[in-house]
Design a protein around this ligand. Structure first.
Ligand code: PMP
Ligand code: GLN
Length: 413
């Protein structure tokens, strides 16, 4: 009988008799990450690739960003800007981020100490939550929420307190103000606000923001604002984009996040930034330095160039996206969807009930076969999945001919 008779199944022994134990048969992933599975964006893009469907799932543009930015990236790469940039980001990008916020939103940040460059907005969100939340702290957010929010809150051993956005009779998403008030408690550490909002396309109005600001102050919470769609608010929106940090008393307690991916159609570059008062930014930096340390050396100077582009760039970008929104929305209406009109972002959500759909996941999994289009079920972005079970999201950040093809296919439904 082997002296290794008791070794666990799957263990190996080398020629010297040294045993390597088997991995346990159970899932090695920590408990708190198990509910998350694979992100819906990766899953739906894989489905599109597998089926050859038009991918209106994951939100990425199918054209390149401004040529000035692309040229600057090539030049930076050729000029040898390929080694670690400084931890907080290169000074010219931090300066450009500060100048951009002054120019568009009238809010001042010192590029030295109040602005930090991150690996996309995603890292900024993760580093902010990990930097601010003790185990058991609570994070108030609105659902449906961007999927990384829930995962980051879980990584921090914090608890999410979602407030549900629901469409009214006109398809405009709103929330119960008393429910928001009830979501706050003495354990509230962070309010995580995304406006313009993915996936609903909602742009939070001044009155709503004022209530959020009052509650942040009353409960001494930090606001972390995800404003990656800051330049995508359409002309028929009920109001402009208002950064929460511009409301009275809020600059001192807000970390403002944005990134280049959406505004400059370069989602794969992963250049983002976070701005706020020095102590908050310093706390984020102390976590961020151990996540990625730094990223995207040659892309940083290129994004600095992009941020400084003329108003014409930003206006044209928005006008073109609005036309795309209208093209896709009209096609969806024609096909029988109840469209919930978005005021901003890359996305339009639609109710599938009138088409006989009851479950968005089932509907989206069947859609490539039914008509050759991929969409994303929004129920995966809710704690209260029933609130979004009948709602799916389409991305319209695609070339007009791609949208026209998608509309043609959707008509087959
Ligand atoms: N927040 C929201 C609301 C988003 O839609 C996205 C996707 N672009 C991100 C954050 C992530 O941004 P980034 O790609 O810059 O990490
Ligand atoms: N933000 C994009 C979306 O909502 C995708 C981001 C991702 O793939 N993680 O579709």
């Amino acid at each position: 009988m082997s002296i290794y008779a008791e070794q666990p199944v799957g263990a190996t022994t080398d020629e010297n008799g040294v045993m390597t134990p088997a991995m346990p048969a159970t899932d090695p992933l920590v408990d708190r990450m198990r509910p998350f599975g694979t992100t819906i964006f990766a899953e739906m893009s894989a489905l599109a690739a597998r089926t050859g469907a038009v991918n209106l799932g994951q939100g990425f543009p199918d054209t390149d960003g401004p040529p000035e930015m692309l040229d600057a990236a090539v030049a930076a790469l050729r000029a040898g800007r390929n080694q670690y940039p400084p931890g907080p980001g290169i000074p010219e990008l931090r300066g450009a981020v500060a100048a951009h916020q002054r120019r568009f939103w009238g809010v001042e940040y010192d590029p030295d100490g109040e602005v930090l460059i991150t690996a996309g907005a995603t890292e900024a969100i993760a580093a902010a939550i990990l930097a601010l939340c003790e185990p058991g702290d609570e994070v108030v957010c609105f659902e449906p929420y961007y999927d990384s929010y829930a995962a980051c809150v879980a990584l921090a051993h914090a608890t999410r307190r979602p407030v549900t956005l629901r469409p009214d009779d006109n398809g405009r998403y709103g929330f119960d103000h008393e429910a928001l008030r009830a979501a706050f408690s003495p354990r509230t550490r962070v309010v995580l606000l995304n406006s313009p909002h993915n996936p609903t396309g909602k742009v939070f109005g001044r009155e709503e923001l004022t209530l959020i600001a009052e509650l942040c102050k009353e409960y001494n919470a930090v606001a972390v604002t995800d404003e990656v769609y800051e330049h995508l608010v359409y002309s028929d929106a009920s109001g402009p984009h208002v950064p929460l940090a511009t409301l009275p008393g809020m600059r001192a307690r807000t970390l403002r996040i944005s990134s280049a991916g959406k505004t400059f159609s370069c989602t794969g570059w992963k250049i983002g930034w976070i701005s706020g008062p020095r102590p908050l930014v310093s706390a984020v930096l102390r976590v961020k330095q151990f996540l990625t340390f730094v990223n995207g050396a040659p892309f940083q100077p290129a994004v600095a160039v992009a941020l400084g582009l003329s108003d014409e760039y930003y206006d044209t970008f928005r006008v073109e996206l609005q036309a795309k929104r209208d093209l896709l929305s009209a096609g969806l209406v024609e096909a029988g969807f109840s469209v919930l009109p978005p005021e901003g972002t890359y996305f339009v959500t639609a109710d599938i009930t009138a088409l006989g759909g009851r479950d968005g996941v089932e509907f989206c999994l069947a859609l490539p076969e039914r008509c050759g289009v991929v969409a994303v079920p929004t129920q995966v972005f809710y704690d209260d999945a029933d609130a979004g079970r009948h709602i799916v999201r389409f991305a319209f950040c695609k070339r007009p001919e791609v949208l026209a093809e998608a509309v043609e296919r959707i008509r087959r439904l």
